[in-house]
Design a protein around this ligand. Structure first.
Ligand code: HEM
Length: 448
């Protein structure tokens, strides 16, 4: 259906409408997406440089795009633009190349391998709060980022990346600075202009690349330790006489997993502390589950299965604050969605933020109610998709769930984390971040 001009002004038509829509979106994407969804489950919006830009919020249609008809779509412009940082890794590749990469990387995410990472996850969470002092104020968002980076470094790379953390942070910050560019017509041209944001990005990326190549090279010929991602990729390279994976390809996969593997999980943990502060009754139910199951001993990976409420808390955060807040796909052939034709080359946007907070899909949709995951039938898979779906489903889903639950359990057993910024502004770029960080008071729990 073609959208009429809305009373809220979310979708504009007529002269210069595309630019006004783009400006409204760039200014504050989340309310903009909510406004579009109010106009219908499938809405075409004029956008400059896109001959068809279609927003879809019907779970059934989302499922069709991600799963049933995935072969009719490729990833959207944002991820294509992300190639400047990620290269051609698993997240950004397409078609047969994607399938080959997915098969290659899958062994690193085997269930048994992930479970073995559990002890590292708990140890990293214990190290993180060892630095906290009772009654002090910390930036919990920064703390969760350092912790998630420590975890992905120790598990997937078998490396201590603490000294590299500032380079990693710098490249992500600089990437955020150029992130929304992909939306604009002539975005390619912008990369060739001497803009300060572009310069900041390329300088940070070059420094980061040198660090990654050093990390990869230092592993060649190193005494064998626990086999990890880089060993696995180097072995594939060597077994095939260097014909299968170049150093650049190893770099691209490693960068993808390092960045995708910590930025998302860190955000989910940050928002969990925010929600637990706002819903003390949930925090106290979480405490009683932890007291019953874990008691005073250290948390172990085996506890995961015994902590259904803690799992539900993390799942519910991913519903209300999905770190990946929208997915885009470009049609490679004409596809009809509802009453609308998405022509070849048209863009489809599906927003987890919108769909997972909709009263059409969840009762008490805006309330933090982890118990819904224990006592209600599961939602339509197209209504809850924090990890995407279909063949492009997040390869790290199991890893992220285990990490979320073990970190929450480890920290919440010993510390009460009370967030202090009640009017948190959300910065929606690669992921949903609290703008300017999130301050929290940490207090040792009486039993600890
Ligand atoms: C709460 C944490 C996480 C969330 C919310 C999340 C979300 C997502 C989503 C939505 C996608 C699909 C993107 C698309 O279809 O365009 C994705 C893909 C991916 N994620 Fe995650 N992710 C998380 C954690 C992780 C972790 C821990 C890792 C690795 C250690 C990881 C690595 C990847 C990779 C490599 C892909 C691309 C998979 C493919 O295309 O085959 N993610 N993630």
């Amino acid at each position: 259906m073609a959208a009429a001009a809305s009373p809220t002004g979310a979708v504009r038509h007529g002269p210069a409408a595309g630019w006004r829509n783009a400006a409204a979106y760039l200014q504050d994407p989340l309310p903009y997406l909510e406004g579009v969804a109010r106009q219908g489950a499938v809405t075409r919006v004029p956008f400059p440089g896109h001959h068809s830009f279609v927003f879809v919020s019907d779970p059934e249609l989302i499922r069709r795009v991600l799963v049933d008809e995935h072969a009719s779509f490729v990833k959207g412009r944002a991820l294509r633009a992300a190639r400047r940082l990620l290269g051609d890794g698993l997240l950004t590749s397409e078609g047969a190349d994607h399938l080959r990469r997915r098969r290659m990387i899958q062994p690193v995410f085997h269930r048994a391998v992930i479970e073995a990472y559990g002890a590292e996850m708990v140890a990293a969470a214990e190290r993180a709060c060892m630095r906290w002092r009772d009654g002090t104020v910390i930036d919990v968002d920064a703390a969760m980022t350092d912790l998630a980076l420590d975890i992905v470094g120790k598990t997937i790379f078998n490396a201590d990346v603490e000294s590299e953390a500032s380079e990693i942070r710098a490249v992500l910050e600089a990437g955020m600075g150029v992130f929304h560019r992909f939306l604009l017509p002539g975005a390619e041209l912008l990369w060739h202009l001497p803009l300060p944001a572009t310069r900041r990005f390329t300088t940070a990326r070059d420094r980061f690349d040198r660090m990654m190549l050093d990390l990869i090279r230092s592993r060649r010929g190193a005494p064998p330790g626990r086999p990890d991602l880089i060993d696995h990729l180097i072995a594939l390279h060597d077994e095939n006489g260097g014909g299968r994976l170049s150093e650049q390809e190893i770099r691209d996969e490693a960068v993808t997993l390092l960045l995708a593997g910590h930025e998302t999980t860190a955000r989910a943990l940050t928002w969990t502390w925010h929600l637990l502060t706002r819903y003390p009754e949930v925090a106290s139910r979480l405490q009683s589950e932890l007291a019953d199951v874990v008691g005073d001993r250290p948390v172990t990976a085996a506890d995961y299965a015994e902590l259904p409420y803690t799992q539900a808390v993390f799942r519910e955060t991913l519903r209300l604050y999905p770190p990946v807040w929208a997915l885009a796909r470009i049609a490679t052939r004409d596809v009809t969605l509802g009453e609308l034709l998405v022509p070849t080359g048209g863009t489809v946007i599906m927003s987890q933020w919108v769909v997972q907070r909709s009263a059409e899909n969840f009762t008490h949709a805006l309330a933090f109610r982890p118990e819904r995951w224990l006592s209600e039938p599961p939602p339509h898979p197209g209504a809850y998709f924090p990890f995407g779906g279909g063949p492009r489903l997040c390869i790290g889903e199991r890893f992220a769930m285990l990490e979320g639950v073990l970190v929450l359990a480890t920290i919440a057993r010993r510390w009460q984390v009370t967030t202090l910024d009640s009017t948190t502004r959300i910065d929606a770029r690669f992921t949903l971040r609290p703008r300017g960080g999130l301050r929290a008071m940490v207090s040792a729990t009486p039993e600890a």
